[in-house]
Structures are given as structure tokens and as C-alpha cells.
Design a protein around this ligand. Sequence first.
Ligand code: BGC
Length: 246
Amino acid sequence: MESLGIDIGGSGIKAALVNTLTGELLSDRLRMATPQPSTPERVAAVVAEAALQLGWHGPAGIGFPAAVTQGIVRTATNIDHKWIGMDAVELFSEALGQPCTVLNDADAAGLAEIAFGEGRDVAGTVIVLTLGTGIGSAVFNNGILQPNTELGHLLFRGDIAEHYASDAARKAAGLSWEKWGKRLDKYLKHVENLFWPQLLILGGGSSRKFEAFAAQLTTRTPVVAARHRNQAGLIGAAMASSRART
Ligand code: BGC
């Protein structure tokens, strides 16, 4: 089964055609800058442009950086506030002229890692954390997703955790991978003490540099980089679209 997968982030929008039975990419991966301001109309226009560039006329799955219930965007931390209350399914389906499925971006990344990546066949609680402009989370128990967890918004050291340990926080503070890794370690310990997972999987932009900070991680829980690294989100978004059609 083939679907268009789109991963909308605070700074970039990624898109590719995906074989949703294997998780393989069937096209090049496009990356376009997230328009600023990232209003619904402007983001929808970039999504439509991505589909055009990939020559795709079919259903699409879209990972969105917010809590999303029944296709409605509920929060907006790293995206324009005009999104709150917006029916994203309707907006994107109209922009593409095709049926769209919309889900939280980290949940999408988690679906890909549980189906085809590091979380495959792992029993118990598996937590996927995406480290990018924000911190996204996907919590699975025996392969079942509990959607819209917002573990990047746990209060940590007097603020929401993503302000301390996201990739954007690393860049803003000009931290080395090593120094940032130490911050991440503190946050991961907080998460493991609250959830007692079997496995922590790191995705998002910083997962591409996993080797540069892995030595700083001292959690009792094993921590691995997402097998699909920063592409997990678009693969999982495409999977969600295929699932919605079966
Ligand atoms: C948002 C989450 C999102 C994460 C990663 C957070 O600020 O609240 O919904 O998954 O950023 O994009």
C-alpha cells in the first residue's frame, strides 16, 4: 500500500511517498521550510506544493506538532496559534483534494518505530521521544499507542521540559552535544521514574547525531536511536493514512 507521508515540524516540513506495508520510502524525501508565520493557510499551501512536487494524487497522512483529537488541533506550542480549534483534516483534505489523516507528529514517529523499527515486538511500555524544535512523545503499551501524551510538556526544573532538553534548546544555549546530552539524561531519568518503560527510543532531528551524545545517557532504561531516525514521523504518518482506509 502506498501513501504520502508528511511530517510538519516547527522549522521544517518533510514529505515522501511510503510503502506502508514495509515502511520503505518510495520517493526522494522533500524538505521545505515551515513558513513563518506558520498559519494554517500557509502551511496547507506548502503541503499541497509537496504533493505536487512528488506527483502524488492520493491519500495523505500528516504528522502535526500538537495534540490532535478527531482531526482538530488542540494546542500550538511551536506552530501559529491560529491552529487551535482548526479542523486540520478538513483543511488539508481541501488543500490536497484528497482524503487526509492527521495525527500528532511524535505519535506518527512512534507508529513507524513500533511497526518497523526499534520498538518492534517489545513487550510492556515503550516510549518514543522526538527531539526537535519541541519534544514530542509517543507512549505504547504492548504495541498499543496512548495518543497525544505530551511528555515534552512535563514540568521540569521550573519550566516545560522541552525548553530545557529539546534540540532547539541546545541550539539556543549553544551547547555541545556532550553538554546537551547531560541535560537530556536528566530529563530521560525524570521520564523513566514516572513511567518505568522497557525501552526509550529517540527520534527527531537530534537522533541523527545520537552517537555524539549517547555516552552521556545513564538511565537504567535502554535508550536507542529510532531506526528511521528523523524519517520515522513521515513513515508513521503515511501508515496512519493507510490504516484509516482499511
Ligand atoms: C508539542 C507536541 C509535539 C512536539 C514535537 C510539542 O511542543 O506540544 O504536540 O509532538 O512539540 O513537535
